[in-house]
Design a protein around this ligand. Sequence first.
Ligand SMILES: NC(=O)c1ccc[n+]([C@@H]2O[C@H](COP(=O)([O-])OP(=O)(O)OC[C@H]3O[C@@H](n4cnc5c(N)ncnc54)[C@H](OP(=O)(O)O)[C@@H]3O)[C@@H](O)[C@H]2O)c1
Length: 334
Amino acid sequence: MAKILITGASGFIGGFLVEHGLSENHTIYAAVRASSNTKNLSDPKINIIHLNLADKNSLVQKWLNLRKEIGKFDYVIHNAGATKVLDKADFETINTEYTKNLVESFVTAGMIPDKFVYISSLAAYGPGNENTFDPIKISDTPNPITNYGKSKLKAEQFLFHQNKVPFLIFRPTGVYGPRDTGYYKFIKSINNHIEIYLGSTHQKLSFIFVHDLVSLIFKSLQTNNINKAYFVTDGKNYTSRQFAAITKKILNKKTVRIIFPLFFVKFAAYLSECFALLTKKPTLFTTDKYKEITRQNWACDASETIGDFNFRPRYNLQLGVKTTVEWYKKNRWL
Ligand SMILES: NC(=O)c1ccc[n+]([C@@H]2O[C@H](COP(=O)([O-])OP(=O)(O)OC[C@H]3O[C@@H](n4cnc5c(N)ncnc54)[C@H](OP(=O)(O)O)[C@@H]3O)[C@@H](O)[C@H]2O)c1
């Protein structure tokens, strides 16, 4: 069984990474920060590690101390990342610079893992062509349109330009499942009989259910694939209307369809950003995010991932939304 460090363990995906690792009897080191909410990390088998990813020296010291005890981590899954910030520059600091700090700290401490898995994002590639609506392909040139996407791409580029730490990069599309608060808002509004669209009802989307993403990441640890980057989707592409139709059917709700014009969405994003600055509470709905959520083509071709890892997602959107809705209901989110 392997010793695995998982960063961002307190987050949505991180919590499932930890659970999956324990279910495979690995020794899990769950990295959090002092302020993290660790309510989903209560299993006594979890080794909680407090890391300050901003401070490379403190990381080196941590590894030098830990090296005496455990030798090294077999694998590191670097999943910590900022998806919402108050100051746009923080995307680069947290997503790019902290990734560098972590990788370089392992090199300095002589504690290089067999594989360093970086959780990037489809946002690092940017949206697909809106004339042809061809799915985004691995052979396309990355063209991120948000500060978030740019910071993820820079972290990827850092990994490709170093040669000391073997790595794999996964670029998930929209991840959903139990405990997710992002798609929850859309599902909740459908539950309240309101079907909201931003600009158009024909946006092309792709999805991955959190359990499938996590299974793929663990499967990848056991393979010989290294130093490559992969998209992660459930292998299908959908339209925003199909997503709504599936959700409506599962919730058994009729809805009123509201299509907000883009100028209105942009203004609302601007107001949301101002409110976040005033209250000092970061929000996902910003003018940066506006660029992403209003682009029409997030269809993606993940055939290389399916081929290289024999990846067979167990959840299509129907089953994934059904499982997610059941969890929301059981936990009184709906
Ligand atoms: N959800 C998606 O649809 C999606 C899609 C593609 C890629 N991703 C990537 O997947 C990863 C996990 O995302 P998620 O959806 O699970 O988000 P999340 O729930 O917000 O979790 C983010 C995790 O990163 C940690 N983190 C954030 N800022 C940090 C900092 N400055 N220092 C140390 N840790 C920090 C958080 O710690 P705290 O709990 O202390 O805040 C949390 O554990 C991210 O890298 C994200 O970019 C997500």
